[in-house]
Design a protein around this ligand. Structure first.
Ligand code: PMP
Length: 425
C-alpha cells in the first residue's frame, strides 16, 4: 500500500483534457458494489456510478462470474458485427425481457459502443429515412461530444470545442425552461412548424432526454412528453428518445419514457446496457425505419461480446421481474425525503429528481462544486451538472443498500452544512 499520493505520471504524460480526476484527486485501485477504494486504502461511496454506466454497481458478482466464465472458455471477445452465440443470447433476452413484455416492436442496431456513437447513428438514420436534414433539440440537452451529437447539445463550453460550425439543429425550450409556459408549452414549436414562412425547415426528427442528466436534472413531465410525441406523429417527424443516461432503470422502469406511455420511433441506449461497465450501445428503431443498407453505418468495435454476455445476464437477472424497478422507486423516495429536508434547511437550495437520479440545486452555483469537494474529502463521490454547474447530481448504483444511501446522504448533509455555513466561502 502506498503512503504518499503520486500523481506525477498523470500530470506529466496525460493530456490536459482529463476532467473527473481533478474533482477526485486520488488514485483509485479497486471497487465493489457502491464503493471504490484508492491505493492508500481509503474508501469512497459512489454517488456517480460511472456517469450512469454502473447501475448494477462495480464488479457486480453475478455479472463478474458470467464474464470470467466466458473469458475462460475462450468466448469471442472482438466480433465486429459477426453473428455469435453471445449476441444471439443477448438478442433473445432483449426480446424476452424488455421488448415483448412492453409490447414494443423494435429492430436492434449495434453501433459503436459509446452513447455518442448511438446518437450519431440515430441522427443519421432519421435523416436518411426522412430525406430531411434539420433536427429539433432542446435547451440544456446533452447528447455527446462528436460533431453530430454536439450539434444537438446545448452547453456552450462543450460546443466551443467543436472547431467547426455546428449545423442542422434548432433548439426548442425544454419543459420548464420558459417561465409561465405551462398553459401551452408547445405553442412556439407548433407555430413555427406549421408556418411555411417561419424560416424553420421541416425537421427529420426531434431528439429528447426525458430527464436531462448533464443539463442539471431537468425533468420533463409525462404530459409534456406525450404532447411532444403527439406533435411529432401528427407531422411525421421522428421522435428520438436519448435514453443513454436515463435508460436501464435509472428512473425506475427500464426505459425512462415508460412513465409517459409513449413509444419513440428511435431509442438510444449505452452506459448501463452493458451491465458491467463494459462499452456497449444500442439503437432501437421501429422496423419500418430500418432502412440501412448492409454496412452503411459500421465500426470496428460494434461487437464487444464480453459486454453482450454481461448485458444479457443483467437483463435476465434484474429485468425478468419488476423488483429492481420497484426498489429504485422506493430508494428514490428515501433520497427525495432526505433532500427535501436538506434543501428546506438552507436558503437558495432546492431539489428535483425521479427514480434514482436527483439534483440538489444551488442558487449560488459555486456552492455546488464546493459541496462536491467537501463530500469527496469525506469519502463520497458526487459531481455537478447544469448550465453553470449549479446542481449536485446524485446517481448512485441502483443496487445500493438503504443504509449505504443514508450514509452518503449524511455526508452530503454535512458537506452542505460546511459550505452553506460559510466555512468554505
Ligand atoms: N446522451 C446522453 C443523454 C448522455 O448523458 C451521454 C453521456 N453523458 C451521451 C449521450 C454520450 O455518451 P458517451 O459519453 O458514452 O459518448
Amino acid at each position: 500500500m502506498m503512503t504518499t499520493l503520486d500523481m506525477t505520471i498523470f500530470e506529466e504524460l496525460e493530456s490536459n483534457v482529463r476532467g473527473y480526476c481533478r474533482a477526485w484527486p486520488t488514485v483509485f485501485d479497486s471497487a465493489s458494489g457502491a464503493w471504490l477504494r484508492d491505493e492508500e486504502g481509503r474508501d469512497y461511496l459512489d454517488f456517480f456510478a460511472g456517469a450512469g454506466a454502473l447501475n448494477y454497481g462495480h464488479n457486480n458478482p453475478v455479472l463478474k462470474q458470467a464474464l470470467v466464465d466466458y473469458i475462460m472458455a475462450d468466448g469471442i471477445t472482438h466480433g465486429l458485427d459477426m453473428s455469435t452465440v453471445a449476441k444471439r443470447r443477448l438478442l433473445e433476452t432483449i426480446q424476452r425481457t424488455i421488448l415483448a413484455p412492453r409490447d414494443l416492436d423494435y429492430k436492434v442496431q449495434f453501433p459503436g459502443p459509446t452513447g455518442a456513437n448511438a446518437v450519431e447513428a440515430a441522427l443519421k438514420l432519421a435523416r436518411k429515412v426522412t430525406g430531411r436534414t434539420t433536427i429539433l433539440n432542446f435547451t440544456n440537452a446533452f447528447h455527446g461530444m462528436t460533431l453530430g451529437a454536439l450539434a444537438v447539445t446545448g452547453n456552450a463550453a462543450k460546443r466551443a470545442g467543436a472547431g467547426v460550425p455546428l449545423l442542422h439543429a434548432t433548439p426548442m425550450p425544454y419543459d420548464g425552461y420558459l417561465p409561465d409556459a405551462d398553459e401551452d408549452p408547445f405553442l412556439w414549436m407548433e407555430t413555427i412548424l406549421d408556418d411555411a414562412s417561419s424560416g424553420v425547415d421541416k425537421p427529420a426528427a426531434v431528439i429528447v432526454e426525458t430527464v436531462q442528466g448533464e443539463g442539471g436534472v431537468n425533468i420533463a413531465r409525462p404530459e409534456w412528453l406525450r404532447s411532444l410525441a403527439h406533435l411529432c406523429a401528427a407531422r411525421e417527424i421522428l421522435l428520438i428518445v436519448d435514453d443513454v443516461q436515463m435508460g436501464c432503470g435509472r428512473t425506475g422502469p427500464f426505459f425512462s419514457f415508460e412513465a409517459a406511455d409513449i413509444t419513440p420511433d428511435i431509442v438510444t441506449l449505452s452506459k448501463s446496457i452493458g451491465g458491467y461497465g463494459l462499452p456497449m450501445a444500442l439503437v432501437l428503431m421501429k422496423p419500418e425505419l430500418d432502412q440501412w443498407a448492409p454496412g452503411e453505418h459500421n465500426g470496428t468495435f460494434r461487437g464487444n461480446n464480453p459486454a453482450f454476455v454481461t448485458a444479457q445476464v443483467a437483463l435476465d437477472h434484474y429485468w425478468s421481474d419488476t423488483l429492481l424497478a420497484a426498489s429504485t422507486m422506493a430508494k428514490g423516495e428515501l433520497v427525495h425525503r432526505n433532500l427535501i429536508e436538506l434543501s428546506s434547511a438552507y436558503p437558495g437550495l432546492s431539489t428535483r429528481g425521479r427514480g434514482l437520479v436527483h439534483g440538489l440545486v444551488f442558487e449560488e452555483p459555486s456552492q455546488a462544486g464546493k459541496v462536491c469537494q467537501v463530500a469527496f474529502e469525506h469519502g463520497l463521490l458526487t459531481e455537478t451538472s447544469g448550465a453553470c454547474d449549479e446542481v449536485v447530481k446524485l446517481l448512485p448504483p441502483l443496487t445500493i443498500t438503504d443504509s449505504e444511501l443514508e450514509h452518503g446522504l449524511g455526508i452530503l448533509a454535512e458537506s452542505v452544512a460546511t459550505v452553506c455555513d460559510g466555512v468554505l466561502k
